[in-house]
Write a protein that binds this ligand. Structure first.
Ligand code: AMP
Ligand code: MN
Ligand code: MN
Ligand code: MN
Length: 280
């Protein structure tokens, strides 16, 4: 089994990269990838630990993008961490998140919710500020009972204090990953709320920019979901991927490896990466 979708303390997960590597080993995985939101900062320490424990580790990322006003997440695998263009873009995305946090604090004040940047930073162990961290502050300060309520009432895209941030477009995200030398996948397709026809259109559109595949195995997807997305991928000769979207205690009930993605997925990805390096 493999798990190609895991978050750490470098974004909005609650376990460090080293802890995640140990958990992946414990789960008996053949290979896994860490895919923090908009950051690659946790990858080198994970790689070191993975080498020690003799488990295959793939550099990954999950980029937030905006498509027709909805969130589309793009996964990147086999990344080159030295790529200046990627590093600079990720710095911009981090600044955008910092700006959004300040705006969010102001907007929450209108609803008599008083939190400070210090409160948020106490929840942020890593590189980037996520709404997940703000949700934790709202729970800790007693403004809401749980994170779900925090998103439904305030932070989610239907919440009163929603602040859209300047996201990449999905095209830009795919282009950036491909120029880096990596593989680009659309994450958790069922969670993209644009309907099936528009989703297929998005897939066809992103293929023009080099999209490699779709995340088909995912925590919470039913057998029928998996078949449905597998067919969309197969009809287009796209690869498939799979992962748990583990966030530790920030997303209860999800375990590393529970997505049950089979190992051949990884073999196919490796083949594609090897072909590419041969053709350069
Ligand atoms: P951000 O990346 O800052 O936009 O924060 C979004 C993160 O919050 C996602 O990566 C999820 O892990 C988490 N989240 C949890 N529940 C929700 C929800 N209902 N709506 C949006 N994000 C959610
Ligand atoms: Mn998250
Ligand atoms: Mn996601
Ligand atoms: Mn994720």
């Amino acid at each position: 089994m493999i798990d190609f979708h895991i978050h750490t303390t470098f974004s909005d997960g609650t376990y460090s990269p080293v802890e995640v590597v140990r958990m992946a080993k414990e789960a008996g995985l053949k290979a896994f990838s860490i895919t923090d939101h908009d950051t690659i900062s946790g990858l080198s320490e994970a790689k070191q630990e993975a080498e020690l424990l003799n488990i295959d580790f793939i550099n990954g990322i999950e980029l937030s993008t905006d498509y027709l006003g909805k969130e589309v997440h793009i996964l990147g695998y086999f990344l080159n961490l030295e790529d200046e263009k990627l590093i600079n873009k990720l710095r911009e995305l981090k600044e955008e998140r910092d700006k959004r946090a300040l705006m969010l604090i102001e907007k929450l004040k209108k609803y008599k919710v008083e939190i400070t940047m210090e409160d948020i930073m106490e929840e942020v162990p890593g590189d980037i500020i996520s709404r997940m961290h703000v949700a934790n502050v709202l729970v800790n300060k007693g403004y809401v009972r749980n994170k779900r309520e925090a998103f439904a009432t305030y932070l989610g895209d239907s919440g009163v204090a929603y602040i859209p941030k300047e996201n990449l477009s999905p095209e830009d995200a795919v282009k950036m990953i491909k120029e880096n030398g990596g593989l680009a996948f659309i994450a958790h397709p069922k969670l993209i709320s644009i309907g099936n026809e528009k989703f297929k259109h998005l897939v066809d559109h992103l293929m023009k920019f080099g999209l490699d595949g779709i995340e088909v195995y995912y925590s919470g997807f039913t057998y029928l979901d998996i078949l449905y997305y597998e067919k969309i991928a197969a009809e287009r000769d796209l690869l498939i991927s799979g992962g748990s979207d583990f966030h530790g205690d920030n997303r209860e009930g999800t375990k590393i490896g529970e997505n049950k993605a089979p190992e051949y997925i990884y073999e196919k990805m490796k083949e594609k990466i090897e072909q590419k390096s041969k053709s350069i």
